[in-house]
Design a protein around this ligand. Sequence first.
Ligand SMILES: Nc1ncnc2c1ncn2[C@@H]1O[C@H](COP(=O)(O)OP(=O)(O)OP(=O)(O)O)[C@@H](O)[C@H]1O
Length: 227
Amino acid sequence: MSETLISVENLSLSFPNHPVLSDLSFQVNRGDFLGVIGENGIGKTTLVRVILGQLRPSAGKLVIQEGVKIGYVPQFRNVDIEYPLSIKDFIALNFTGIKLPWLSKKERQRVKKVIQQVGLAKIADRPLGLASGGEKQKAYLAQALINQPDLLILDESTASLDPNTKKELLDVVLRLNREMGLTIFFVSHDMQMIHEYPDHYLWLQKGKYEFGSIKNLHNENKEGQYV
Ligand SMILES: Nc1ncnc2c1ncn2[C@@H]1O[C@H](COP(=O)(O)OP(=O)(O)OP(=O)(O)O)[C@@H](O)[C@H]1O
């Protein structure tokens, strides 16, 4: 039986006078690639914040298996052209539990490894400020991988990237999923990407939701976009 990393049971969450998530139940198993879709304001980021422990459900529960490490890739935001750190140094910023002001040999090897995994080896010494949008987003992805997470959350991480760059980033994510068994929680508006990459989907809708295998996501919605 597959190992459950996140188990959500009858979860509801309301802000004052504003119900957002209602009676939600689903599971994320190790190795899943879950696509989370839904229109603006439906509660996708709110759900991510519950997983990250920043918000408490109003009812029901969300249980994360003990010891599960989470990596988080934010929405793309531009970095100033003057930003002084190299891509490599930027990625190393995310190490947790560093005891020394400089990196150990093991940590340097880890930085090298994630840089290779996301395909930035050739430009690792270039200032991050001079990198393209796609390269910057790969640097954020590498940062999220540095502490060897079990679960990677991508919250609209491909929004505002052009279609080819989006695909390139998701190809890297898919490889991490397939080859290393990294569990993916991919939040997106982009129905086409949801059809193409994930193996499961969670579709948040007003007062209801759908959860299941991607083959049950109806084809008539394939061209739909939630923008
Ligand atoms: N701290 C808060 N207090 C009150 N309302 C909030 C708070 N955070 C979010 N909301 C509201 O809850 C709803 C869900 O927001 P959320 O950011 O989860 O939506 P989303 O699906 O991620 O939307 P988007 O696709 O636009 O990012 C929105 O109406 C939002 O305004």
